[in-house]
Write a protein that binds this ligand. Structure first.
Ligand code: SF4
Length: 558
């Protein structure tokens, strides 16, 4: 067996994982994920052709595609059985679309010969098998390295990773009943484009368009979350514990935590959030539950330690799950796109609701969590709330009390060099404001950096998709200062990346023309030398340096 994957920051030696992934992904899972992407390209090619022939977007298929792309995001799905069943479903969907495509053209009066000539002929569309042995054989052949030109491969993969990120956001919005057919149409068009011959210039243009559509996906989810759960607001979150037994819920799915809060109400079981789920505390319709007790532990990569001491059941609703340690293997569950072999997966019912009865019964039999912390964290500064505070912030900038905004957003991770982000936060002077979202905040979120005339020096918007709020804040500042470009504002970007959602957000910033972004802790292994040079020349993208030099340079506007 063999594998090749270089989609995340942890990739082996910064170049690619060729045996077991650094993340714990097996060769089998890596190959099955490659085959799933291949099958999704086939769906994309067919759907794009159907759409161009006047067909409409099928939202059920769209949700399937988004969920399937999401399943291939780093640290989401490690389960070969689930991947096999999703691949089988993808191939069945291809057959359904082919039939529909043929019917559509027949309805338009095409002759059989014309019809056959019009059907897309890409190999991705033609290949189809229900034979498990064929599936495994095929999986070895269609991976990343099947694109032999390293620059084309680099851009095709970067676009595919952005599709994974925007699909994750779109999937969460879809679950709440919010859809944007234009996002799905783009996903199909891009899946088609990365399956066909294009110049590097055309692929760069498509990558930047993927950044634009990622903003649309984040906006869709922002609307879905704020309309469903109330407008996010500044909130004080306990990092300590209470005396009741508890359930710990991780990942990003706010619908799952709403289900859990409703079902645990009055049972004597408290609910705690982990990692990016901390954002649940910011929404009025979630924080109204008195038994939403606090946020427990650190970022995703500290799962073994946090889940070990939590004592109660744990639910992982999306990325990030890491290989499960025996100390908590009997009390961890997954939902949605997340899965790990041997871990109980709880399916949604036909109304997309989840029955957590078994989890709650287990929680009642287990001891309460062990205290790790006793601090209070303040977050929940969505763009709507900051828009209300904008006049005051603008006055503070004009008065020289706020000299610069530094965006430290994205992902946290295991790499020890990520201490850089905490050091930058510590070194930034008292007239700077840190804008953050995602789990990138974990290295510095407990620092007491104070405030500037009541405006906290750490402004947390929420989950990684809430980078949308940071974009909107930049837009508000542009308007207030009549700036022509984000680059004219007193704002610097020091982005921490780990997975493919961060790739999508990075392309969003590049689409907006943000220049001089610092990216760390390492530059992506999937950037070929030529593609990296293109990004450096066009956008002045650069690696992080030392915390001291970078903090100083950013405050100087460099
Ligand atoms: Fe390696 Fe990252 Fe791929 Fe896992 S997701 S196999 S760590 S590159």
């Amino acid at each position: 067996m063999h594998m090749f994957c270089y989609q995340c920051q942890e990739t082996g030696e910064g170049k690619g994982c060729t045996h077991t992934g650094e993340c714990g992904k097996s060769e089998e899972v890596a190959n099955l994920q490659d085959l799933l992407i291949y099958a999704l390209k086939g769906i994309g090619v067919l759907n794009d052709a159907l759409f161009n022939a006047g067909g409409t977007i099928d939202r059920k298929i769209g949700m399937f595609v988004c969920n399937a792309l999401f399943m291939t995001v780093t640290n989401t799905n490690f389960d070969p059985d689930r991947l096999h069943s999703v691949i089988a479903r993808a191939l069945a969907i291809k057959r359904e679309i082919r039939a529909r495509y043929t019917d559509r053209l027949t309805g338009q009066g095409d002759s059989s010969a014309t019809r056959n000539n019009t059907l897309p002929e890409d190999e991705q569309v033609v290949w189809d098998s229900t034979d498990p042995a064929e599936i495994v054989k095929k999986a070895y052949q269609v991976g990343v390295l099947s694109t032999t030109n390293e620059d084309t491969r680099s851009l095709r993969e970067m676009i595919t990773y952005a599709l994974k990120g925007m699909s994750a956001y779109t999937y969460h919005a879809n679950l709440l009943g919010y859809f944007d057919d234009a996002i799905l149409a783009f996903i199909y068009r891009a899946l088609t484009a990365v399956s066909r011959e294009h110049t590097l210039g055309e692929l760069v243009t498509l990558a930047l368009e993927a950044g634009k559509v990622t903003i649309d996906a984040m906006a869709l989810l922002d609307t879905a979350n704020n309309e469903t759960f109330g407008q996010s607001a500044v909130s004080h979150v306990s990092l300590g514990v209470r005396k009741n037994p508890g359930v710990l819920i991780s990942g990003h799915d706010l619908k799952d935590i709403e289900d859990l809060l409703m079902q645990t109400e009055g049972t004597g079981v408290d609910v705690y959030t982990h990692s990016e789920m901390i954002a649940a505390h910011y929404y009025p319709k979630l924080k109204r539950f008195a038994h939403l007790a606090g946020n427990y532990g650190n970022a995703w990569w500290n799962q073994d330690e946090d889940f070990g001491t939590f004592n109660g059941p744990i639910i992982v609703t999306s990325n990030c799950i890491t290989p499960v340690h025996p100390s908590y293997a009997g009390r961890i569950f997954t939902t949605g796109p997340a899965a790990f072999p041997g871990v109980r997966h709880i399916q949604r019912d036909e109304n997309e609701r989840i029955d957590f009865g078994g989890v709650i019964a287990l929680a009642k039999r287990l001891p309460p969590p062990r205290q790790l912390d006793d601090q209070i964290f303040t977050g929940g500064f969505g763009w709507r709330q900051l828009a209300e505070a904008a006049p005051k912030i603008i006055d503070l900038v004009r008065a020289g009390k706020i000299r610069r905004f530094i965006v430290i957003a994205g992902c946290d991770g295991r790499d020890r060099s990520r201490i850089y982000y905490r050091e930058v936060a510590e070194r930034l002077p008292v007239d700077s404001i840190i804008l953050t979202a995602g789990c990138a905040k974990y290295p510095f979120m407990k620092l007491n950096l104070g405030d500037i005339d009541g405006i906290p020096r750490i402004i947390d918007a929420g989950q990684c998709n809430d980078c949308y709020s940071l974009v909107k804040i930049a837009m508000l500042l542009m308007e207030a200062f009549a700036a022509k470009s984000i680059n004219d504002l007193p704002i610097s970007f020091d982005i921490a990346w780990y997975d493919q959602k961060a790739v999508a957000v990075l392309l969003s910033l590049l689409h907006l023309g943000v220049a001089g972004i610092r990216l760390g802790p390492t530059l992506p292994g999937f950037l070929s030398p030529i593609v990296r040079t293109m990004l450096v020349e066009k956008f002045a993208l650069r690696p992080i340096g030392t915390s001291e030099a970078d903090a100083h340079a950013m405050m100087a506007g460099n």
